[in-house]
Design a protein around this ligand. Structure first.
Ligand code: 13P
Length: 259
């Protein structure tokens, strides 16, 4: 493993700012009682919650970082509804999710837009959590490796070499997202190996590769050890403190043992 595992909670369109504050505080309390030094933790609340979550992280010194779920591919200007990299940075946001399959399929985020957004974010100093992952048709046709290679190649097209260290890849097979149907550890391991080969060929051997898709406290250890994931991008299970911290705990224990 190149570095400590990373666990990111993607809250998607859940939790208003009051609920977001509450959940962040709860995470803080758990971490105060028992620190988790072998894992990095981030949460990605909805944009309107970022200000309050950022304040509570800072004032209560909660050892987690803040991620955004989306950012504009433009720096500023007439882009109604969009949020810029500079605005996120000002709020203390450290990273941003780019190319999530929900934005690709529901909000017209093409490979070109994914590439431009990743470049804009990194140029402005945000870490990029770049999502990739095949749909069920590609998996059933045995085309999952080429599907993912292609997504990565297109996303990195034009990405500045000096910013490569800001990238983390998140492999999220679409058929495993929110379905309760986790990819098994062999499927995850072979895709992790495949993505690492792709990254090595681009001089990115230290880049973290996360897995996402129905991760829980029960399957996290197996996906980390046998699956060789470098951490997780967690959806549903990140919405409650118990289920999110169960994953954090499993990852922390596992990394401490296998290091
Ligand atoms: P679930 O953990 O709910 O399957 O969501 C995964 C995901 O899309 C995280 O970005």
């Amino acid at each position: 493993m190149p570095s400590k595992p990373l666990v990111v909670g993607n809250w998607k369109m859940n939790h208003d700012y009051v609920e977001a504050l509450h959940l962040t505080q709860q995470i803080g309390v758990v971490l105060k009682n028992k620190s988790r030094e072998h894992v990095e933790i981030a949460v990605a609340p909805p944009s309107v919650d970022l200000r309050s979550v950022s304040s509570i992280i800072e004032s209560e010194r909660i050892p987690i970082s803040l991620a955004a779920q989306h950012v504009s591919m433009f720096d500023n200007g007439a882009h109604t509804g969009e949020i810029s990299v500079a605005m996120l940075k000002r709020l203390g946001v450290k990273s941003v999710i780019v190319g999530h399959s929900e934005r690709r399929s529901m909000y017209g985020q093409t490979d070109d837009i994914v590439a431009s957004t990743a470049q804009t974010a990194a140029r402005g100093g945000l870490e990029v959590l770049l999502c990739c992952g095949e749909n069920l048709d590609a998996r059933d046709a045995g085309e999952h490796f080429s599907f993912v290679s292609n997504q990565i190649a297109l996303a990195l097209d034009g990405f500045e070499k000096k910013n490569l260290e800001l990238l983390t890849i998140a492999y999220e097979p679409i058929w495993a997202i929110g379905t309760g149907r986790t990819a098994n550890s062999e499927q995850v391991a072979e895709m992790m190996a495949h993505i690492r080969l792709e990254l090595n060929s681009r001089g990115m051997s230290d880049t973290r590769v996360l897995y996402g898709g129905s991760v829980t406290g029960e399957n996290a250890a197996e996906l980390l050890t046998s699956g060789q994931a470098g951490g997780f991008l967690v959806g549903g299970a990140s919405l409650k403190v118990e289920s999110f911290m169960a994953i954090v705990e499993a990852v922390d224990d596992c990394y401490a043992k296998n290091r």
